[in-house]
Design a protein around this ligand. Structure first.
Ligand SMILES: NC(=O)c1ccc[n+]([C@@H]2O[C@H](COP(=O)([O-])OP(=O)(O)OC[C@H]3O[C@@H](n4cnc5c(N)ncnc54)[C@H](OP(=O)(O)O)[C@@H]3O)[C@@H](O)[C@H]2O)c1
Length: 226
């Protein structure tokens, strides 16, 4: 396993592809995962075309998950648990699994501006309950817009509140620093993911009311050292 690699499962979609472009541009090896390897290969080709010379490959989700110390789950909330079950046997102690999904009510046919109740408290905590022993789940990137990630010429201009066990969340905060305009903010324990996930539903409503097609981000003011 390449210690610098980042795996993005569902990296064929808008958000995962945006992260893949940004991490590839920062010079990190990227492994894109998909249920269908050919879709992953196609997405990897798109990234290499946008970032010439980048080290990006496409694999089936479970193969991708086994290839990187940090694995970002970039599938809709309603498919997160199933995807984790599919790849679980290929995860190993010491890996970090990043939860980025938001339990939007669209999963049950309701509005994207509303949240579903999740028994564990958040998508991130649900994944933590299902992850193998020794795999740390960290919550991050829920408030970042896919459109802004994909606009490679511009900085993203968003804070990323990162929650989870301390050492693991530090590793994910470091990833944020690879992307111009993103700032990792120490979001404390994983239970805070429920607050961060809900902010996305608020942002979706704001995007509609203010007609911001590119998607709003968030900024925290007054952070020491910022
Ligand atoms: N879009 C945004 O601006 C944004 C912002 C913040 C957070 N997020 C979060 O980021 C995640 C990805 O967002 P997205 O907009 O990229 O989502 P998406 O395009 O709807 O889906 C991402 C990928 O999920 C996989 N997928 C679809 N159905 C699946 C199923 N039944 N089982 C397993 N995998 C399935 C697909 O990959 P394959 O078909 O290749 O397997 C698809 O390309 C979501 O959880 C979302 O809440 C998105």
């Amino acid at each position: 396993m390449d210690e610098r690699a980042i795996a993005i499962l569902g990296g064929t979609g808008d958000q995962g592809l945006g992260l893949a472009l940004r991490f590839a541009k920062a010079g990190r090896p990227v492994v894109i995962g998909s249920r269908k390897p050919e879709r992953a290969v196609e997405a990897a080709e798109k990234v290499r075309a946008a970032v010439p010379g980048s080290d990006v490959v496409g694999l089936e989700n479970a193969d991708a998950a086994a290839r990187a110390p940090i694995v970002i789950l970039s599938v809709p909330f309603e498919h997160c648990a199933g995807t984790l079950k599919d790849i679980r046997a290929r995860l190993a102690s010491g890996q970090v699994l990043v939860s980025m999904a938001v339990p939007l009510a669209t999963a049950v046919g309701d509005a994207a501006t509303r949240m579903l109740g999740v028994w564990q408290g958040s998508c991130a905590e649900l994944l933590a309950a299902l992850a193998p022993e020794g795999v740390e789940v960290v919550s991050a990137f829920q408030n970042v817009s896919a459109h802004r990630l994909q606009a490679l010429a511009e900085p993203v201009d968003c804070d990323v509140v990162v929650s989870g066990a301390q050492a693991a969340r530090r590793r994910v905060m470091d990833l944020c620093g690879l992307v111009p305009g993103l700032r990792g903010v120490d979001g404390g324990p994983l239970a805070n993911a429920r607050i961060v996930e809900a902010i996305t539903a608020l942002l979706i409503g704001l995007n509609a009311r203010y007609k911001v097609a590119e998607g709003l981000g968030i900024r925290l003011t007054g952070l020491p050292g910022a």
